[in-house]
Design a protein around this ligand. Sequence first.
Ligand SMILES: [Zn+2]
Length: 310
Amino acid sequence: MKRILYLVFLLFSLFILTSCKEVVYTDIVTTMFPGYDFASHIVGDKMTVSQIIPPGAEVHEYEATSQDIVSIKESKLFIFTSQDIDTWIESPDTIGGTDTIVMDLSQNYTHVEFPYPTQFTEDEIQANTIHFWTDPANTVQLIQAILENIVLIDPDNETYYRQNAENYITEINNLSQQIFDFFTTDTYLGSTIYFAGHNAFGSFAARYGLRVVPLFQEFKPDADLTSNELITFTNEVKAAGTHYLFIEDLELPKAADTIKAQLLLENYDLTLLKLYAFENISKTDFEGNVTYLDLLGRNFSQLQIALVTI
Ligand SMILES: [Zn+2]
C-alpha cells in the first residue's frame, strides 16, 4: 500500500512539474536556436516556427517534456541538431507524427576543408564536429537543406522561400568573408584565443585561421572543475600574455571570475569578453529578435577587441 501511495505521489509530482509548460502548435518545431533562426528566415510570415529549448536554457542538459513531444508530433517539420546534443531523442524514426518530416541537421552538411589545415591536429578538428553549426561554411548548407524540406511542405510559396534563403545565405557569406579577410592577414593568422568554457569554438576559429584553447573539452558545470584544471589554464593565459579571456554567453562566468581574481593578485589584469556558440540565445536577445547573423557579427567585434589590442 505504501508503495502504491508513493507511486501516486510520484506521478502527481511529475504531473505538476511538467504541466507548467503548455503545448505549442507550430508548423515547424526545432530543438535549438540555429534551426529556429534558419527556418524563421526562410518561412517569413508564411509559417510558424517554435524552439523547444527555452531561450537562456543550457542545451547540453535539456530533457524534452511530454508537451514538447506533442508539439513535435503535430508539426509538419521537426528539426533537431543531432543525437549527440538532443540526447533525449532515442529514435528519430518514431519521434514525429504521421505527417511530420524529421530532420537531423548533423546529417545535412559536408565538412568544407579549413583554409589552413596544417595548423590543426586531427583531434582538434574531430572534437568540434559536435558543434558543427558554429562554422558558417556548414551553416549555409544547413539553410539549403532546411529550405528543401520547407518547399516540400508548401510548394505554392517556393519562390518566396528560395528568395529568403538566398538573401540570408548571402548576408552570412558576406560577413564570414569579412571575418576571414581580417584574420587571415599576416598580423593575425594563427592567433590564439582563450575561452573559459567548453570546446565549442574549434571549427569556428579554424575557419578563420585562428586557434582556440578551451578551459575544458566537454560541457560540464563550473562546479565540476578541478583546481588543477583551473591553475593550468590560468598559467597558460598568463604565459600567452593576453589580457582578454572569452566566456560563454549563457553561463555565469564563475571559472573566469576566479581566474581573473587570481591574476589580479599578481597585478595582471584580465578583461572578460563574450563569445557566442549560437547554441541558444538569452531571453532578452530572443525577445529582441537577435539572429545567428547578429551573433556572428558580435563574435567578430569581440575577437577584434582581443586580438587587435594585444
Ligand atoms: Zn556545446
